[in-house]
Design a protein. Structure first.
Length: 556
C-alpha cells in the first residue's frame, strides 16, 4: 500500500517540480507535526510570515502534553504566568490565571483559547498520526504518510513533538493480564476515572507519580505506592491568584520575562551569586528555610551558585532536605525510604509537592520499597512482588517517557540517503543547534536532542522564531533546501559536550541523561542528551548563526 502510493506520487511530482521555494504542487510549504505549545506557536508564526502551513496532530484536540496528561493532580510546576506564551500582549492582557500553578484543565482551556483567538483550528488536522516521513531529493520536499493511508507533501517538515510525549510502560511480565482498570499518567482518558472505595496501586514516584499520589490518596480506599528510587521533592506552595494580584502580574510581565531571559534555565528564579560556604551556617539555613517556604522551583533554581555543581555544597543541601522529610513523616522507617540515597538534591528533576510526604502518614497509604521486594509480575488481580501479591482494582503506571528521541522513533523518518533517523540516532546522537540533522534536509526540530531544558515555553518561543527566520531567509532567496554542514554539527556537538561539564545532574541516571530502563538501548547515559549550558549561551550561539547569514548551513 505505502510503496504503491509513493510510486504514484513520485511520478506525479516528477512532471511538476518547481524551481522556487513556493511550489503550489506541494500540499503545503510547511507541515508541522504536533499541536502542543510548540506547534501552535509555530503555526501562528508561519502564517504571519506568509507560508501555507498546517499542523498534523494525532490527538483530537490541541494541547500536546496538556492534552495527554490528564491524570488527577496534573498541574504546572512552574508559575503559570511565566510558563505561558509571551508573544502577544493582547493575550497576556486578556488571560487571567486562577492559581500560581494552574491545573491541567485550566492549562488546556488556555491553549484552546489561544488556538481559537488566533484562528489556528482551521489549519490543524486532528486524528492525523504521521507514521512515515520520507525526504524526496528530486522534488526537494517531505512526503508524509498518515496512519489512515493518506499522504501529505511539504517543502519543509517541522517536528513539534514535545520532549516527553512517548509514554513507557514497565517491562513487567503479565502486564496485559490485569483484569482491573489500568492507566498510564501520560495517556490518561478523557472520560472521568473514579477512585472512591477502590484499592489502587501506583508504580513510579517521579513528578507525575507524586502529583497523582497526593491527589488521589484522600479518595481511594487503599493506596499502595511501588517505589524504585525516591526523588527529592520540594514544596510547591501553590495558592490562588485574586484579581488584584493578577493585575499586578500583568503590570510586571515585561520585567518578569526579562528575568526569565537572564536566568540560567529561563525561570523566574535566578541563582544566588554567593557560594554555599561563603555565608555562615545560620545564614545558610535561614536562606534555605526561606526558599523551602517559597513557591515552586525556588529551592532548585534560585539557590546558591554551587549547590548543583559542588558535591560538598550539594550534600549540605541534601542533608537539609532530608531533615525536612524526617520532620514531616511520622514513621522513621518510611521517612528513610523516601530520602534518596543514590543522588543529591536537584540532580534529577525535582517533583514539586503539596502535602506529598504527609500522604504517607495516612493509614490507607502503603509504601513498597522495590529495592527490597522487586516486582515479579502483574497478575490478573494485582501486583506480585518477591514478598507477595497486592490485590488492587486499579493500577496507575507513572513510569515516565521515552524522552526526547522516543517521539521521533515512533515515526519512520527517512533522510536523503534513505537512512532511518531512529537507526542513525541509536549509534550517533548529534544535531545542529538541536534543530537540524545532516542528511535530513528541510527537517527542522523544535527542541530536538541537544536542546535546552528548563522553562520550555520560553525556549519554544525562541526556537520557533529562530526557525521561522531561517525559513524567511530561504523563501526570500528562493532557497529550496537546507542542511547543516558536518563541521557545523561537530562544532555544535563539541560545544554541547563542553557545556555538560560541571553539573552533577550529568553524572546521574535519569531521563535527562537519556536513561529509560524500559526502553532497549536506553541504558547508557548520553553526554549532551540535552544542552547543559544556560539559556543565554544557547541563544548566543543560535543568534550568531543567524546574524552571520547561516554560514554553517548548506543551502541550495
Ligand atoms: P519519571 O520522572 O521518568 O519517573 C518515572 C518513575 O517510574 C520513576 O520513579 C521510575 O523509577 C519509575 N519506574 C519506571 N520504570 C519502572 C519499573 N519498571 N519498575 C518500577 N518503577 C519504574 O517520569 P514522570 O514522573 O512522568 O516525569 C517525567 C518528566 O515529566 C518530569 O521529570 C518532568 O520533567 C515532566 N513532568 C512535568 C510536570 C509538570 O511540570 N507539572 C509534571 C509531571 C511530569 P526510577 O527512578 O528508579 O527509574
Amino acid at each position: 500500500m505505502e510503496k504503491a502510493q509513493l510510486r504514484i506520487w513520485v511520478s506525479l511530482m516528477s512532471t511538476r517540480t518547481s524551481e522556487s521555494f513556493i511550489d503550489s504542487n506541494l500540499d503545503y510549504d510547511v507541515v508541522v507535526i504536533g499541536a502542543g505549545i510548540s506547534g501552535l506557536y509555530q503555526l501562528y508564526c508561519l502564517r504571519e510570515a506568509g507560508f501555507r502551513a498546517c499542523i498534523l496532530e494525532r490527538g483530537t484536540g490541541v494541547g500536546g502534553t496538556w492534552y495527554w496528561n490528564r491524570y488527577p493532580g496534573a498541574r504546572f510546576d512552574s508559575e503559570s504566568y511565566s510558563y505561558a506564551y509571551s508573544f502577544s500582549e493582547e493575550l497576556l492582557e486578556e488571560w487571567n490565571w486562577s492559581e500560581h500553578f494552574a491545573s491541567q484543565p485550566e492549562i488546556l482551556r488556555y491553549l484552546e483559547y489561544v488556538a481559537d483567538k488566533f484562528n489556528l483550528f482551521k489549519d490543524i488536522r486532528f486524528s492525523c498520526e504521521v507514521t512515515k516521513a520520507q525526504y524526496m531529493e528530486e522534488e526537494t520536499c517531505w512526503q508524509l504518510i498518515l496512519a489512515n493511508g493518506s499522504t501529505v507533501s511539504a517543502r519543509i517538515l517541522i517536528t513539534a513533538l514535545g520532549i516527553l510525549s512517548e509514554p513507557t510502560f514497565p517491562n513487567i511480565e503479565g502486564i496485559n493480564s490485569f483484569s482491573g482498570e489500568s492507566f498510564h499518567t501520560g495517556l490518561w482518558p478523557k472520560t472521568p476515572v473514579t477512585f472512591e472505595g477502590k484499592n489502587v496501586a501506583v508504580i513510579g514516584t517521579g513528578a507525575s507519580g507524586v502529583q497523582t499520589i497526593q491527589e488521589i490518596a484522600h479518595e481511594v480506599r487503599n493506596l499502595t505506592v511501588f517505589q524504585r528510587r525516591p526523588n527529592w521533592c520540594a514544596p510547591l506552595n501553590n495558592s490562588d491568584i485574586d484579581v488584584d494580584e493578577m493585575n499586578e502580574i500583568k503590570a510586571n510581565y515585561k520585567d518578569m520575562f526579562a528575568i526569565c531571559s537572564e536566568s540560567h534555565g529561563g525561570f523566574i528564579w535566578t541563582v544566588d551569586p554567593r557560594g554555599t560556604f561563603e555565608v555562615t551556617a545560620a545564614e545558610r539555613v535561614s536562606f534555605w528555610e526561606y526558599l523551602y517556604a517559597s513557591r515552586g522551583m525556588s529551592i532548585w533554581q534560585g539557590n546558591f551558585k554551587d549547590v548543583l555543581s559542588d558535591p560538598v555544597a550539594n550534600k549540605e543541601l541534601s542533608d537539609f532536605m532530608a531533615n525536612k522529610i524526617r520532620q514531616r513523616i511520622h514513621d522513621p522507617e518510611v521517612a528513610e525510604l523516601l530520602i534518596p540515597k543514590d543522588h543529591g538534591f536537584g540532580t534529577r528533576r525535582v517533583p514539586l509537592e503539596t502535602k506529598y510526604y504527609e500522604t504517607y502518614n495516612q493509614p490507607n497509604v502503603d509504601l513498597i520499597d522495590l529495592n527490597r521486594s522487586p516486582i515479579r509480575a502483574i497478575s490478573p488481580k494485582g501486583v506480585i512482588t518477591s514478598e507477595g501479591e497486592y490485590k488492587v482494582d486499579t493500577i496507575i503506571y507513572a513510569t515516565g517517557f521515552n524522552a526526547i528521541t522516543g517521539s521521533f522513533d515512533r515515526i519512520d523518518i527517512r533522510g536523503a540517503s534513505g537512512q532511518a533517523l531512529k537507526e542513525e540516532w541509536s549509534s550517533h546522537l548529534e544535531t545542529f543547534l538541536s534543530v537540524q540533522v545532516p542528511d535530513y534536509p528541510n527537517l527542522l526540530m523544535i527542541n530536538g536532542p541537544q536542546g535546552l531544558g528548563g522553562n520550555h515555553p520560553r525556549n519554544i518561543e525562541y526556537s520557533v522564531e529562530w526557525v521561522t527566520s531561517l525559513l524567511e531567509h530561504m523563501k526570500s532567496r528562493n532557497l529550496r533546501r537546507v542542511e547543516p554542514s558536518i563541521s557545523a554539527v561537530q562544532t555544535w556537538s563539541e560545544h554541547v559536550r563542553a557545556k555538560s561539564g560541571s553539573a552533577l545532574a550529568n553524572k546521574i541516571d535519569s531521563w535527562m541523561t537519556g536513561i529509560n530502563t524500559n526502553v532497549p538501548g536506553k541504558d547508557k547515559r548520553v553526554v549532551g542528551f540535552r544542552y547543559g549550558g544556560s539559556v543565554q549561551s544557547y541563544r548566543l550561539f543560535c543568534d550568531s548563526v543567524a546574524k552571520g547569514g547561516y554560514k554553517e548551513m548548506i543551502f541550495s
